[in-house]
Design a binder for this molecule. Structure first.
Ligand SMILES: NC(=O)c1ccc[n+]([C@@H]2O[C@H](COP(=O)([O-])OP(=O)(O)OC[C@H]3O[C@@H](n4cnc5c(N)ncnc54)[C@H](O)[C@@H]3O)[C@@H](O)[C@H]2O)c1
Length: 346
């Protein structure tokens, strides 16, 4: 198949690009190369036959029309987004422009192209979204595909808005859409402003490891390569108009997660142990959702997908990847806002 992947120079998009190319698919990687992007993430496939990079912004409708017309994809996998909750608190405008208006542009460009092709039933517009659209859970319960939307941050509200647009384009225009809502991802190439890389890199540098609030917030962690595998299954075999929740069956509180990473680092770098002495509890994120947890039984039953990497194994692999790839993460720490406390201005 020929995929148009948006956001393919980011964390999850690049995992999708690498896997799709490895499976022999053609891939057009469309990315605006914002602060969160890194073309190194796709360097391993950059010279592969069938891989093309398009430096373009999803807010630019003309560019999108040109790219659809030139490349004639069989399916779109739409991942491009502003993705950092803390940045959405300080500057929500960019999240509305990219996640809402940009998704609208993608839908319209896809609809124009698909209509021009005679509306092939096999076309797919796969929108990649987050479990954060469902809001915050108490100590029990899981998000299903039928959970009501209840976004509580500018980021999750912008993603929820984009989900609604995608469903509306499916219902109103018949565009063959499909959606996925996934839990927190982690793994190689995770941008160094997100929790797990912050913990690893601060611990390595002997700097304080910030934990928001009392560290009790629970997330369901999924290894990024398992997510990429799930997405390729959904875009190929998923039922049009349906959404699929994707999760890792790996719930952990933030403090538990941080402590586990410190324990792995104690083994790898015993000279600096114990790393958990660096943990500092800091002012909580405003509106910090207490718990996310996913019921991923639909994708399991219908598409036979399940996560293959346990949290224990994935965290060890991730720590080892950061230890081996300083050339990748060191320059990214110089980018604007990285390493600063963001999202406390509310
Ligand atoms: N990271 C997670 O844990 C997680 C979980 C569930 C869903 N998601 C969703 O998956 C997608 C990818 O997340 P990620 O963590 O890889 O994000 P990321 O921030 O690492 O990457 C986003 C990519 O999108 C590109 N981009 C941003 N604005 C753009 C624009 N206007 N035009 C074109 N490209 C643009 C960036 O340059 C970057 O390469 C997002 O839609 C996010 O909402 C993420």
């Amino acid at each position: 198949m020929k995929f148009l992947v948006t956001g393919g120079a980011g964390f999850i998009g690049s995992a999708v690009v690498r896997l799709a190319v490895a499976r022999g698919h053609e891939v057009v990687n469309l990315d605006a190369l914002t602060y969160a992007a890194c073309l190194e993430n796709v360097a391993s496939v950059a010279k592969a036959a069938g891989y093309t990079f398009e430096h373009a912004d999803i807010r630019d409708r003309e560019a999108l029309d040109r790219i659809f017309a030139n490349h004639r994809p069989d399916a779109v996998m739409h991942l491009a987004a502003e993705s950092h909750v803390d940045r959405s608190i300080d500057g929500p405008g960019a999240f509305i422009e990219t996640n809402v208006n940009g998704t609208y542009n993608m839908l319209e460009a896809a609809r124009t192209y698909w209509t021009g092709q005679g509306k092939p039933e096999t076309f797919r517009f796969h929108h990649i979204s987050t479990d954060e659209v469902f809001g915050s859970l108490g100590p029990t319960g899981l998000f299903t595909e039928d959970s009501p939307y209840d976004p509580r941050s500018p980021y999750s509200a912008s993603k929820a808005s984009s989900d609604h647009l995608v469903r509306a384009w499916g219902e109103t225009y018949g565009l063959p859409v499909i959606l996925t809502n996934c839990s927190n991802n982690y793994g190689p190439y995770h941008f160094p402003e997100k929790l797990i890389p912050v913990v690893i890199l601060n611990a390595l540098a002997g700097r304080d490891i910030p934990v928001y609030g009392d560290g009790s917030n629970v997330r369901d962690w999924l290894y990024v390569e398992d997510h990429a595998e799930a997405l390729l299954r959904v875009v190929r075999d998923g039922v049009v108009g349906r959404s699929y929740n994707i999760g890792g069956h790996n719930e952990a509180s933030n403090i538990d997660l941080v402590t586990r990473i410190c324990a792995i680092l104690d083994e790898r770098c015993p000279e600096n142990a114990p790393h958990d002495r660096l943990i500092r509890f800091v002012t909580d994120r405003p509106g910090h959702d207490a718990r996310y947890a996913i019921d991923a039984s639909r994708i399991g039953k219908e598409l036979g997908w399940k996560p293959s990497v346990t949290l224990e194994e994935g965290l060890a692999r991730t720590v080892d990847w950061y230890l081996a790839n300083e050339d990748w993460w060191r320059p990214l720490q110089e980018r604007q806002g990285v390493g600063e406390r963001l999202g406390v201005s509310a």
